[in-house]
Design a protein around this ligand. Structure first.
Ligand code: CAA
Length: 258
């Protein structure tokens, strides 16, 4: 029996996979699931044998949002005291690259969870939305911030204020997802991407993630300076010599740092 009640966890080819598994609730993100997902992800992040994470759901739903039934009777003092949703920030702050494979609904917290990933591969019938406004609330897992940074004010306001759902094609057009693939290939394509990333030099992949992520937080000048310093620092690792020698010798690199 699995030691988790809301997720299924596996590792293969240096990829740590977390599958959300509350099918009866369309993978609604309750507190138990949050704790299980984040604690496993943090463990993967510290594991030298893991080079990337893959987060996925089911055919029908990546996740249909935070668990509305769990939240319905909560009050302000309790939400504030527990800093409801804060734990998800630990997932957003992982250093290991994360790929999300999204089929079906990615709504509210589901869309926000997908946006915490670095690469989002969506099936052609995936549906994204921030419908919290229809519940009398607003996004609470970073949607107002990450969505706006990904797709700009016009689209973010449209989604957050009207609560309208968008399909995968529109999500790709506006820059919310990285790629759209046939539904039956979502997981395999996402796995391929995760394996490709996990096969790179790990510090290079982590620093690439750090540099791109910094663009959400810094000025252009600070960001380009950070990028240069990270770039310079990679010259202290054997993998820079290996990668450049392999190129000139016309062979595949064999990374030392995994
Ligand atoms: N929380 C709790 N339970 C949920 C849920 C959610 N977010 N989404 C779906 N479920 C449950 C349903 O209540 C239902 O359970 P029962 O069988 O016990 O009634 C089961 O999952 C199946 O759902 P439906 O019968 O509704 O399935 P459907 O195919 O008719 O509709 C849907 C699918 C359009 C996704 C619909 O379920 C829906 O609108 N879900 C809620 C979407 C939503 O509002 N998400 C935002 C949540 S708030 C949030 O996420 C805050 C934040 O920023 C973090």
């Amino acid at each position: 029996m699995s030691e988790y009640s809301t997720i299924v966890v596996s590792t293969d080819n240096r990829v740590g996979t977390i599958q959300l598994n509350r099918p009866k609730a369309l993978n609604a993100l309750n507190q138990e699931l949050m704790e299980e997902v984040v604690s496993v992800a943090v463990e993967f992040d510290a594991d030298p044998n893991i080079g990337s994470l893959l987060i996925t759901g089911s055919e029908k739903a990546f996740a249909a949002g935070a668990d509305i039934k769990e939240m319905a009777d909560q009050d302000y003092p309790g939400m504030y005291a527990s800093d409801w949703f804060r734990r998800w920030e630990d997932l957003a702050n992982l250093r290991t690259p994360v790929v999300a494979a999204v089929n079906g609904y990615a709504l509210g917290g589901g869309c926000e969870l997908a946006m915490m990933a670095d690469v989002i591969i969506a099936g052609e019938s995936a549906t994204f939305g921030q419908p919290e406004i229809n519940l009398g609330v607003i996004p609470g897992m970073g949607g107002s911030q990450r969505l706006t940074r990904s797709v700009g004010k016009a689209k973010a306001m449209d989604m957050v204020l009207t609560g309208r759902f968008i399909g995968a094609e529109e999500a790709e057009r506006i820059g919310l997802v990285s790629r759209v693939v046939p539904d039956d290939q979502t997981l395999s394509e996402a796995r391929k991407a995760a394996e490709l990333i996990a096969a790179k030099s790990k510090p290079a992949a982590q620093m690439a993630k750090e540099a791109v992520s910094a663009s959400f937080e810094t000025t252009l000048q600070q960001g380009t300076r950070l990028e240069r310093r990270l770039f310079h620092s990679l010259f202290s690792l054997a993998d820079q010599k290996e990668g450049m020698s392999a190129f000139t010798e016309k062979r595949d690199p064999e990374w030392k740092h995994r």
